[in-house]
Design a protein around this ligand. Structure first.
Ligand SMILES: [Zn+2]
Length: 610
């Protein structure tokens, strides 16, 4: 008979530890199947039943997070232990540890011999009948058992002691040797793929066993993970993954595996348990980071402040938000100046965790060096940049424009973007990939057709987002550090036309700009194209720059198109230019039209000049 994992993270970690121990005792590299015989083998060591386990648990600081007030360490029945603090010694005159082992021995006997089907079923595994050996299962034998007044009940036992079987209870006694310590809690790493859980526990078991082997009799042994106070869980994960990558050649993380980290403490008056869910894309990111950027990500994680979990990588991953550690920040006293993360690691995160597309990153990689070269004056080799530009650059490098209290910074940057569009360096398509409309946030599950329908609804005036400044700012630092340069080649290839514009902005804006352009060119120029283009430059593009394109002007164009086009009715205006409250909201629309019109003008001008 072979035991299966139970689904209870504490029990399973214990079972996997027991398995690792028995296999190690036999000198095997791979683990043996989990059978009743293996349990007996693990418990019966050379010194006598359960003695190795009892000594290990006494010395490991993690034992106190698993079992509280255990007979193994009770000072009233372990007087010698209390007086001498010889944790690694089982003194003959003490009775506490003997009671502890006697209970374990009887549990083991029950596990091997008992066969009654009437007894209630174990609430931990749901497989075997609950034990008769313990009258009441409390927190001395099972973590969080029946703890009232918080949400830590791992078992449905808030009002009474839980019913647990012998195997689950034995397994728990092995948990301290297989659990990882972090943030003052003990953590179980439960993957949906049991081989991964097994590997993680094996590594931890090996680590803890080495620590125990070199400990003196009075030493309290910190469990793995507690070396420098609190080790971030992400660091532990990455270290573990690294080990696996070194151990097993060509192993790739399964495509659908995910991970729950159960961090708990059973000690003292306030037992608690926290669960972190690490979904597959996050695991894939960590896996790749461990494989390709191990040193860099380890350095980043070392800088995390233990008690500020809101700023940790794992929290960012869990929330699907950006990670501050990738960005430059003010150096602390010890540091020289903190550079941004490498582009490769950053882009891995942006694509895997934040679902940003390569085209979006590309847009940032074009805009940032454009701005940098203009402000620093490197585009004109012989002339220095104007003082105002140098000052702006200094300010930009210091602070992400997204968070700048000085709104003028963003206004100034948008002016530059419009100028780049006129020069043919930056397009509407690129702009909207960098600054996708807030209207289409959280529409990843919708098809382009569905999103296009959304744009047609009343009150869908486009709302700009500020998130694009993060990417811009990151790449601006790379441009300033010389690790990213302006490359005209990338500009022509960068926009991926397979992505639907509707996923980033209202596609009607582009259409509107194109229709206005054609209408004005025809009306003002007729056969004389040059005259038409001159009019557009003077009265439209320059008027945009002077802030003279008003709501009324847009409305005029709209009505002008209504005669000849079916899509310029009143309800179309309500969808395109009005917000949910029915007010005209055209700020962002006007900017996007300007970019498109600048581009159309330039293309037509080039044809004419040939
Ligand atoms: Zn059970």
């Amino acid at each position: 008979m072979e035991y299966q994992l139970t689904g209870n993270p504490f029990v399973d970690t214990g079972l996997l530890t027991l398995q690792a121990h028995a296999s190690k005792q036999r000198g095997l590299k791979s683990v043996l199947p989990l059978t009743p015989e293996l349990v007996v083998e693990a418990m019966n060591d050379a010194e006598g039943f359960g003695r190795w386990l009892a000594k290990a648990n006494r010395q490991l600081n993690s034992f106190f997070m698993v079992c509280t007030n255990s007979a193994l360490v009770n000072p009233s029945t372990n007087k010698h232990l209390k007086d001498t603090k010889e944790l690694g010694l089982l003194a003959e005159e003490d009775t506490g540890w003997k009671d502890y082992l006697e209970t374990l021995r009887r549990l083991q006997a029950e596990l091997v011999e008992r066969d009654d089907t009437d007894a209630p079923i174990c609430e931990s595994c749901g497989e075997r009948t609950a034990t008769n050996i313990l009258k009441r299962v409390g927190r001395d034998f099972f973590p969080l058992a029946g703890s009232l007044g918080n949400d830590a009940q791992a078992l449905p036992a808030a009002s009474r002691a839980p019913r647990v079987c012998a195997l689950c209870l034995i397994a728990i006694q092995w948990l301290p040797i297989g659990g990882i310590l972090f943030n003052g809690k003990l953590a179980c790493f439960q993957f949906t793929e049991p081989t991964l859980s097994q590997r993680f526990v094996e590594d931890t078991y090996r680590e803890n066993r080495n620590r125990l082997a070199s400990a003196k009799v009075k030493d309290k042994v910190p469990a793995y993970g507690s070396k420098q106070g609190a080790t971030p869980a992400a660091k532990i994960l990455i270290d573990r993954m690294r080990l696996m990558q070194e151990d097993i050649e060509f192993y790739e993380l399964p495509k659908d595996v995910s991970l729950n980290i159960w961090a708990f403490s059973n000690s003292g008056a306030s037992p608690e348990c926290e669960v972190f869910e690490i979904h597959n894309p996050a695991l894939q990111f960590l896996w790749k980071a461990a494989q390709k950027h191990y040193t860099e990500i380890s350095e980043l994680l070392k800088r995390e402040v233990p008690n500020k979990s809101a700023t940790h990588l794992l929290t960012a991953i869990e929330n699907g938000t950006d990670y501050g550690g990738f960005y430059p920040r003010k150096p602390s006293k010890k540091e020289q100046g903190v550079k941004p993360a490498s582009r490769e690691l950053y882009e891995l995160y942006q694509t895997r965790i934040l679902n940003r597309t390569p085209a979006t990153l590309e847009a940032g990689k074009i805009l940032a060096p454009l701005v940098f070269e203009q402000l620093s004056g490197t585009e004109k080799k012989d002339k220095k940049a104007p003082k105002a530009d140098q000052k702006l650059l200094e300010q930009l490098l210091k602070e992400n424009p997204r968070w700048s209290k000085d709104a003028q910074v963003r206004i100034e940057l948008r002016k530059r973007i419009a100028k780049f569009a006129e020069a043919g360096h930056f397009t509407l398509e690129q702009y909207v990939r960098l600054f996708p409309a807030a209207n289409v946030a959280n529409t990843e599950r919708l098809s382009p057709e569905q999103v296009r329908e959304l744009w047609k609804q009343k009150g869908s005036a486009i709302k700009a987002t500020n998130q694009g400044w993060d990417l811009f700012w990151f790449y601006l630092h790379h441009a300033a550090n010389g690790t990213l340069s302006f490359d005209k080649q990338t500009i022509s290839q960068s926009t991926d036309s397979s992505e639907d514009l509707a996923m980033f902005t209202n596609p009607k804006i582009q259409q509107f700009a194109r229709d206005v352009f054609a209408m004005q060119l025809e009306r003002r120029g007729g056969k004389d194209k040059k005259r038409g283009l001159d009019y557009i430059k003077r009265n439209i593009l320059d008027a945009f720059a002077r802030g003279q394109i008003t709501n009324a002007r847009l409305r005029e164009w709209f009505i002008g198109l209504a005669d000849s086009h079916p899509d310029y009715k009143n309800e179309d205006w309500d969808a395109l230019c009005r917000d949910e409250q029915g007010r005209d909201a055209i700020g962002e629309l006007r900017f996007q039209m300007r970019l498109e019109l600048a581009n159309l003008y330039r293309i037509e001008k080039e044809v004419l000049d040939k």
